[in-house]
Design a protein around this ligand. Sequence first.
Ligand code: PEP
Ligand code: MG
Length: 322
Amino acid sequence: ERVAYEAMKDLPAKTLDGHRVHLMANMAVPEEADALVASGVEGIGLFRSEFLFMDRSTLPDEEEQFQAYKRVALAFGDKPVIIRTLDVGGDKHLPALALEKEENPFLGFRAIRISLARPELFQVQLRALLRASAFGRLLIMFPMISHLEQLRAAKSILEQAKSQLREEGVAFDENIAVGMMMEIPAACLQADAFAKEVQFFSIGTNDLVQYTLAVDRMNANIADLYSYYHPAVLRLISQVIEASHRAGIWTGLCGEMAGDPVATELLLGLGLDEFSGAASVMPKVKQRIRTTTIEQAKRTASHVLTLSTTEDVVAFLNNKAE
Ligand code: PEP
Ligand code: MG
């Protein structure tokens, strides 16, 4: 099997009838960059910037962040790297911000909510990202957006950072793409409105499942209820992809689901443009893509969307996968 994957490394993620998608990897720390470049992925679909902020008592300044993002931009060259702005809170703790303990951390002060409440910190990260964008192909992504106002506020702070850099004569990519995570049901239901104001979506099924089904992603007692194959989750995914295509933008998926080969044909058939998971599982996903057709995948997706229980979806897909 490994030999087959190795042989596929430089082949495109293309179906038998020529439908092309993009296979990217998720990255947690810049140290992984060289190995990921060598693994044959087309770029980074999700670089979680939290690594810079965790396990320390002070916040990284602009220079430190710039150096880290620049290193990644350089490592990937002309391959795209999607860097997500700070996504802490919920399950991700950050000692340096001394966040209050909350009753419901997953519904609380986290991610973009913190960035917008502390624009002076957000600015530092955005300036560092913009400066690094001069050294490669970076895209910026905002996490946990639920309200259009949040997206607009985040973009406006980004524009301020750009004007500052222009005034200072500092280089950055003027055409840097801006996207958002689709991980809150409200945003998915309003995908048409959001699609007019970003260049791409990335579906975060890890959180989307938890928020759609009201099932804590960390709670083992209810883990049997937590599944991205729930029909309601699949409908949201389908709606997001369709809304993005109507608006002429693309949609990726960077939750665990992207690396699950059982889900590959379904996601392909729903029209997903980019898959981003752990690099170790992406060869299996590529193999699935290269051995099916887009017509077949669309039939699978249409049928799955008629099913009304998670169990039926899982049974149907597992049966196909055998
Ligand atoms: C997600 O929610 O699916 C996601 C990719 O982000 P994280 O797992 O970092 O919350
Ligand atoms: Mg998330």
